[in-house]
Design a protein around this ligand. Sequence first.
Ligand SMILES: NC(=O)c1ccc[n+]([C@@H]2O[C@H](COP(=O)([O-])OP(=O)(O)OC[C@H]3O[C@@H](n4cnc5c(N)ncnc54)[C@H](O)[C@@H]3O)[C@@H](O)[C@H]2O)c1
Length: 426
Amino acid sequence: MPSLNDSSVAIIGLGYVGLPLAVAFGSKRKTVGFDVNQARIRDLAAGIDATLEVSGDELASATQLSFSHDLNDLRACNVFIVTVPTPIDDHKRPDLTPLIKASETLGKVIKHGDVVVYESTVYPGATEEVCIPVIEKLSGLRFNQDFFAGYSPERINPGDKEHRVHSIVKVTSGSTPEIADFVDALYRTIVLAGTHRASSIKVAEAAKVIENTQRDLNIALINELAIIFGKLGIDTLEVLEAAGSKWNFLPFRPGLVGGHCISVDPYYLTYKAQEIGYHPEVILAGRRINDNMGQYVTDQVVKLMTRKRIHVVDANILILGLTFKENCPDLRNTRVVDIVRELEEYHAKIDIFDPWANREEAHHEYGYTLLESLPEDKRYDAVILTVGHKQFREMGAEGIKKLCAESHVIYDVKYILPKDAVDARL
Ligand SMILES: NC(=O)c1ccc[n+]([C@@H]2O[C@H](COP(=O)([O-])OP(=O)(O)OC[C@H]3O[C@@H](n4cnc5c(N)ncnc54)[C@H](O)[C@@H]3O)[C@@H](O)[C@H]2O)c1
């Protein structure tokens, strides 16, 4: 393995996770940021990060960082960190294609003594059972003799400027005790909050996937409570605030669970569980509840409209927010689309406004043409506040009511407005 001083790092996949990591390493040591997306490489070389995770100043401060989509530029590196996506397919099974392709790339450039560290979220065992054999096959090198591996899961939270690479404790692991020491020491050079050294790659893989599974299930419980309280005519937020006065009540809120982590990672774990003959009950129940929240919100809105004698067919409905979370341009796996699709089945006319989303990406991914700005003259029969962007909070009840027809419904998924300013909230 390389010595810490001689380590030059390549980051494979420069998305929400890879870029901040590349910037962190690139301000300490020679680092190559590699991505197959040439447009992304062009933007980054010009100092632009479309994910808004890293500012132009931060990019400029990483003086030893270069960007490339040419795998020949990886040959001079001796530590390779893989941060490519790990999505699920249409049947909600892990899609390891990007991980396999990245491993193929590494198989072509890896040399004696090099170290590969995976960061992408996977199920326990994926690194050693799936990725390493690909590298061995393409390189002809032998694992743990000629080259080594580690796993250090990412904990980045898109749009969060407080919890960043250097300030989040990082779990590390290695394929031998010496490599575990090396990987740990390497990350300690950039993570000020320190590291937690797991005893094996599998333990580190499992730790990551359960972080998101736990969060998914906690939200699922609160979503189920919101459905029950909705039927009982009790305001969920008021109940949660009351219960939250107890020291050990966890402060989760109901909502749509989208994105490419929390709503995806549990399926990696359940896939592996099923592969070894165990059928997970609780995890999949939570997934079902969370995946149905879009339909639940639509049902509530349609009921409220019907009670006010507002025809849903041909109604003008405004959706405020499309991204999967607030104050962030990330559109991946947003569950707002479930609400839009459900309402389209009623032949309502849907407008979507999102000041954070990239309009071309929204069109490309979902076929939606987002409003460029809020119309001055159009009056909506219903407004659904789906994402808690700061712009919507700033509009306040007055600003949002101005968009509405005289008889209207306002439904607030994210507790943006006071209770008495809306017809209902989740
Ligand atoms: N974003 C998060 O909040 C977060 C948090 C924790 C963990 N993770 C995990 O980290 C991993 C990466 O997530 P992300 O959000 O950064 O993804 P992303 O989609 O933002 O970025 C992935 C990048 O990898 C590139 N890429 C894909 N295949 C490649 C290949 N074969 N070679 C080189 N580059 C390739 C893509 O072009 C893209 O730029 C995933 O496993 C994810 O689950 C993400």
